[in-house]
Design a protein around this ligand. Structure first.
Ligand code: TXA
Ligand code: MG
Length: 318
């Protein structure tokens, strides 16, 4: 059973596992997180697989200081600085422009990243030991209650995680408040910090998405995920006539076919996790090719393949 009390040895072990691409559950002051190194796309894909999320939802990246923050965030507006000074470390998540280093799977293809500095001593010790930012959603299967104790994680995720660091009950028991800052401060999720306290620092915060902020909030506008080129889902690549391949790009699962203007293969070995990790990057790349359409091959509709297919279907709707 991978549940260990949060001793120094456990934190060392968790850090070594995380650096090697493992998925580790750990306490934060809000809820337990299911963490992986934010720069490791394949490890992050495992988070989605373990949570059985039917779609890719962007994850929150946890940092423990300026160096880590600057590795994930490209620019920090003054209002964000003011909020960090007042509420960090703590349960406030800010959505800011991401750097190139953050893989697309972490942000579900968006050019922004949600970031926070947790206050929990164990989360901080872990970040300090790993020396890399950690992407971590709540450590529960999709649609279940968020875990506030290691036992909850154990009961729900059991042997699917590599290690559960037991730090007792969390403090807040609800997730962090999420705030979008640009083009204007907008609340994306109510959470442990009341929005009125945030307004005390930066002034009025919109409670609802407006036309200018809507496209920046994932999950509410499914077509936002879509590339600019139309996507067609293809079941049998060999059945696509040659003349339909010439001006199109191909996103193949494990083996491509000839004749397309551009091709990306998600996982030559047929590994769904690797395919998930490369999905968004590949779509971004193919979208930049001078083609009129992207043909996406169906992947097996099992495990994390369900999330891949969900994304492809959303992307193909227009
Ligand atoms: O308290 C918490 O925030 C916990 C602990 C573990 O830190 N984490 C958490 O993560 O609740 P998660 O993955 O369950 O919440 C992520 C949510 C997404 O569903 C989305 O609403 C928002 O954060 N989000 C993430 N990235 C975003 C982005 N780039 N733009 C807008 N919203 C984003
Ligand atoms: Mg959650």
């Amino acid at each position: 059973m991978p549940v260990l009390p949060a001793t120094t040895e456990t934190i060392d072990r968790a850090a070594a596992l995380l650096r090697a691409g493992a998925v580790v559950a750990f306490p934060t002051e809000t809820v337990y997180g299911l963490g992986a190194c934010a720069f490791d796309a394949t490890a992050v894909a495992r988070i989605f697989e373990i949570k059985k999320r039917p779609e890719f939802d962007p994850l929150i990246v946890h940092v423990d200081g300026d160096a880590m923050l600057e590795a994930v965030v490209a620019s920090i507006p003054g209002s964000a600085r003011a909020l960090m000074t007042r509420f960090w470390p703590g349960p406030l998540t800010l959505v800011l422009k991401k750097t190139e280093r953050v893989p697309a799977i972490v942000t579900a293809g968006l050019d922004t990243v949600a970031v926070r500095m947790p206050a929990h001593p164990i989360a901080r010790a872990l970040l300090d030991r790993v020396q890399l930012p950690l992407a971590a959603p709540s450590a529960n299967p999709f649609g279940y209650l968020s875990p506030t104790r290691a036992e909850h994680v154990e009961r729900m995720l059991d042997d699917r995680v590599d290690l559960i660091v037991d730090g007792g009950a969390t403090v807040h028991g609800v997730e962090s408040t999420i705030l979008l800052l640009e083009p204007k401060p907008t609340l994306l999720r109510h959470g442990a910090i009341p929005v009125e306290e945030i307004e005390g620092v930066i002034g009025p915060v919109a409670r609802e998405l407006s036309d200018e902020t809507k496209p920046l909030a994932p999950g509410r506008l499914p077509q936002h995920y879509a590339p600019s080129k139309p996507i067609r889902i293809v079941n049998d690549l060999n059945a696509v006539p040659l003349e339909e391949r010439r001006d199109a790009a191909l996103l193949a699962f494990s083996s491509a076919v000839d004749g397309y203007a551009a091709t990306r293969t998600l996982s030559p070995s047929g590994d769904l996790r690797e395919a998930a990790a490369r999905l968004f990057e590949s779509l971004h790349e193919l979208d930049r090719e001078s083609v009129t359409r992207i043909d996406a091959e169906e992947v097996p509709n099992e495990g994390i393949g369900v999330a891949i297919m969900d994304r492809l279907r959303r992307a193909s709707h227009r």
